[in-house]
Design a protein around this ligand. Structure first.
Ligand SMILES: N[C@@H](CCC(=O)N[C@@H](CS)C(=O)NCC(=O)O)C(=O)O
Length: 376
């Protein structure tokens, strides 16, 4: 028997949850290994370029670093099973992919790192097992954790903003819970690319760390069930009577999902606009050569952008990755007929998300050798 796919990942990692769920749902056999295994540093890292998870090794030995690239590897080979056909659903699916991958880091980091009495021992277990078993293991674990300890603050959670961040998260949780009353997935009866993106923060951090997991279980049972469901190969929807099996007919985007997007727009839109302005000024000044990596670790960020959420000023780290994924939404839109564009415009107006269509960087981001890079 040939070696199955190897997924370098671990349970507490945000981006791993997205790729893992995709493999599970698509019935792709894999073996999961933490980065603590010697093979990661010795064999995988030289090809993956950055020590980030998830990183996939195919049975042929190809190394694919980055959750979006892992999913795209299978989507492009299999006729895009997780991309809906209708234009409105396609846009919403791609938009949830961005929001999940980069737009919910503030609550995810806040609820993980700012409740240490509940979370810290649990989180430490996972950080420890991501480290190689060397004498320096415990010390390295603390160093990694110290690097992340202030992640809530890095994304804008301070004494002045904590209440508004929590209120917004709870409103979003309630809206999503109401949506799942009708359907088991975002766009109906099966998961789309957007479900996998949204799972990233909702699984490892918000749906699994002790403090936020309890919050989700007690306040939003249907969201908790969706998190479970996304990690099962079957449809896992016994509580829905008369369930279908496909995306909703007629390119429908249910009103309940519009309500979710409207809450998410409150910080996603102003943050995206502020980050685009910031990165464009940076690009103007730095003029990175084509092919220069547009990705780095948390500590090597380009800087912070400020925006207003309700009546508070939030200062949050900017990450080009948001725009790498947002390009997908904008490219789908550009390829639509004028009639379909008009229909999408109406939908996005209704979600207060219309401005994301024009929030663009002056340079596109591509991929080369497992890294996101600035294009010419
Ligand atoms: N764009 C990447 C990001 C992956 C990523 O940053 N993963 C985190 C864990 S959730 C990581 O490996 N961090 C370690 C580091 O940056 O050194 C993806 O979507 O897969």
């Amino acid at each position: 028997m040939s070696e199955p796919y190897r997924l370098y990942a671990i349970t507490h990692s945000l981006y791993s949850g997205r790729a893992r769920a995709y493999l599970i749902k698509q019935g792709i056999p894999f073996r999961e290994l933490s980065t603590g295994h010697e093979s990661f540093k010795a064999e995988v890292l030289p090809k993956g370029k950055l020590a980030t998870i998830p990183t996939l090794v195919t049975p042929e030995g190809e190394v694919i670093r980055d959750g979006a690239a892992i999913i795209e590897h299978f989507e492009s080979a299999n006729d895009r099973p997780c991309r809906p056909l209708g234009s409105r659903q396609q846009i919403v699916s791609a938009l949830f992919d961005v929001i999940g991958s980069d737009g919910l880091l503030r609550p995810a980091m806040h609820y993980r790192w700012n409740f240490p009495a509940d979370n810290l021992d649990f989180v430490r277990y996972h950080f420890l097992h991501s480290q190689r078993n060397t004498p320096a293991r415990a010390e390295k674990t603390e160093r990694m954790m110290n690097r992340m300890r202030h992640a809530g603050m890095i994304f804008g959670v301070t004494d002045q903003t904590q209440d508004v961040v929590e209120t917004l998260y709870l409103e979003y949780l309630d809206a999503l819970n109401a949506h799942f009353k009708r359907y088991p997935y975002l766009l109906g009866w099966r998961p789309s690319i957007g479900d996998f993106g949204l799972l990233a923060p909702m699984y490892a951090h918000l749906g699994r760390d002790p403090y936020p997991a309890r919050l989700m279980q007690q306040r939003a049972a249907r969201v908790y069930r969706w998190v479970e469901r996304m990690n099962r190969a079957d449809q896992d929807a016994p509580e829905y009577f008369n369930a279908g099996s496909d995306f909703l007919a007629g390119d429908e985007v249910p009103e309940t999902l519009v309500d979710v997007l409207r809450v998410l727009a409150e910080d996603f839109v102003p943050e995206t606009l502020a980050a685009a302005e910031f990165i464009n000024a940076w690009l103007e000044k730095e003029q990175p050569e084509a092919g220069t990596p547009a990705v780095g670790r948390l500590a090597q960020s380009l800087g912070n952008a400020e925006f207003t959420l309700r009546d508070r000023t939030i200062s949050a780290l900017v990450q080009p990755y948001r725009f790498y994924l947002l390009q997908n939404v904008q490219d789908i839109y550009t390829a639509l007929t004028p009639e379909d564009q008009a229909s999408v415009d109406q939908l996005l107006e209704n979600c207060s998300m219309i401005n994301i269509l024009t929030a663009k960087l002056d340079r596109r981001i591509g991929r080369a050798n497992n890294l996101e890079v600035w294009e010419a």
